[in-house]
Design a protein around this ligand. Sequence first.
Ligand SMILES: [Zn+2]
Length: 382
Amino acid sequence: MKRRAYWWYDVRRYGRRRGMRMCAQTVEQAAGDTVALAYLHEFVATDQERGPDMTEERLVDRFLVLDAHCDSLILRLQRGDSMDLAVDDPAYQVDLSRLRQGGVDCLFTMVGDGDLAQSSVLIDAAYQMAALHGDAFAICLTAAQVRQARSEGKIALVLTIEGQAMFAENLAHLRNWYRLGVRIANISHGGGMPPELQCDDSYFGYISPSERENLRQQSKGLTPFGWDVLAEMTDLGMAVDLAHINDAAFWEVLEKSSVRVCYTHGSCYALCPHSRALTDEMMRALAERGGVMGIAFYRAFIDREDPSLERLCDHFIHALEVMGPDHVGIGSDFDGTTRLWRPIPEDVSYMEELFQALSRRGVDAATLEKIAGENFLRMLPA
Ligand SMILES: [Zn+2]
């Protein structure tokens, strides 16, 4: 059964990509017919060998494409599967073949969100992968290294962590994780009990503007250790990721620190009233601090009733209107959303569809280039 599911996946993926709707449809009608599936598998394999159609230039090939949030390594670890992204596995939304198809040049790769030992294993997995496939991956610490990797045809991996409670109120761990290559770190993954860096939990779910405002006023922001971390990150030149933080702490960081700030994966509250979406006021404040917001592909953040590619484009366009072209990027959250719904676009190979859709909606090439990766590159040391 599992094998068949994989074939279906190939059918949908390659069928749609190469205009073979008829083929996929025919096979759908023949579901359960082993002979038909075997034939199809052969057909798809032949098609795969031919490689992507390069006759027309794709937008993703024109720009440096950077995805600012990806949970693939930790999900593979949790499921006991290979953490080597070069091992193609359609059970996930990211692997090397599909990174190539999607034209992705740089992946902010999440290597830890709660447990120090687990984070150590994930960091090792990233380095092992880069060592094993030196032609495909490079761990990068700076924007210049990301550009260099792209020029060599490699995918740049930038290590990020999604919360620092695992450091157990000891800055030594933060400094060591920096030495290991981590360049971007969240304050919290949502928790608000010591040793978290914020005093109150983050709300998660749909919430009205008045409820949200009440909650912000009742919540407490950063702990003393949280402030120590921000000072240390400022000195080290790391960027803080404000995704998942509670609203009180969000405002504290923006108003009372000078650390480099971003919000790697979220959406626009004006379009979808989820707590993980930013209000226009928050977006403007983030932009004023030079920050970048990554629009996530998670359905629940895109629209409560009818999430779609066009609705996702609405979020990009609204963010551009509120923040300007220098503050919007992509933070898919691939493999972080799989337990509920498939994201839009559904995996990393479809990145071109997003660019084509934004282009149709009137986003010009110079802005697309910034959204694609240039804005988030500013979060790294030059
Ligand atoms: Zn997240």
